[in-house]
Design a protein around this ligand. Sequence first.
Ligand SMILES: [Zn+2]
Length: 322
Amino acid sequence: MEAAYEPQTLQDAIVYFASPDNCLKYLARKRWPNGVTCPTCGSQSVIFLANQRRWKCRENHPAPQFSVKVGTVMEDSPIGLDKWLCAMWQIVNCKNISSYEVHRAIGITQKSAWFLDHRIRFALGLAPGNKLSGQVEADETFIGGKARKLHADKRAEKITGTGGKDKTAVMGILERGPKSIGSKVRVKVIDNTKKKTLQSEVREHVLAGSAIFTNALQSYEHLDEFQHEVVDHAVEYVRGEVHTNGLENFWSLVKRGLKGTYISVEPFHLFRYLDEQVFRYNHRKMNDGDRFNIVVREIVGKRLTWDQLTGKLSGSGTPETV
Ligand SMILES: [Zn+2]
């Protein structure tokens, strides 16, 4: 296969993806680096129908024709590949872009832009890899909620202590890394900040024996299989290596982003917004072209329908798992 062209800037991307043939060539190469295979049966015996920009499987099964969109988050979308690719570029590389801006920039309806935007964020929810190790920070925070729209005296009633009844609890775990690579963060929306919840997250994501730094919340007590050090924020924020500043910085990025662009992120959709922020944070040392390349590969093989996205699932399963 010929050498792959990779756009390096937004301008490159817009020019290159203006051609439907370039879009198809680009996506097909990401999706099938070893040659096109049928998404239904896996056969490599396929023919390209150039005038339809589709392939046809030679095996004998129903619906033998397929496009590059089949089996990806783009499946069933009437939006052209050119618009998909430009939207992906913007969402991956432009800070805190909203679906409203995508809608204006690429000329699709706002509802389409919203759906597209969420499917791209869904694709950014990277599968958890190995456990984090070395020096690890764990911290919890509360995000969003209706409280900030309330009148000040009502708000005082609603918000108590560091959390808030209308806010969503979020847990973050960060592995410190060398300067050249930077730290990596994992984030999850959680039901509460009780001991059982926080500690099961830590145990799921952190290798036993690692150094773990947390605040003085009682929920973190007795993480005995780790080298656990606590920084009591009532007394100090940093004691040598003992601090949670990596996560504090990440939380402020997330919260600033929410305030700046998104009018509101409902708790149901919050995890997708967080996935996007996590992706961008964990890949911040890369250039725009490399980051885009990674996200396109993530998009292949993931699906998300409108009903799943809006919670109209009749059966079991959640948008995270289907
Ligand atoms: Zn087939």
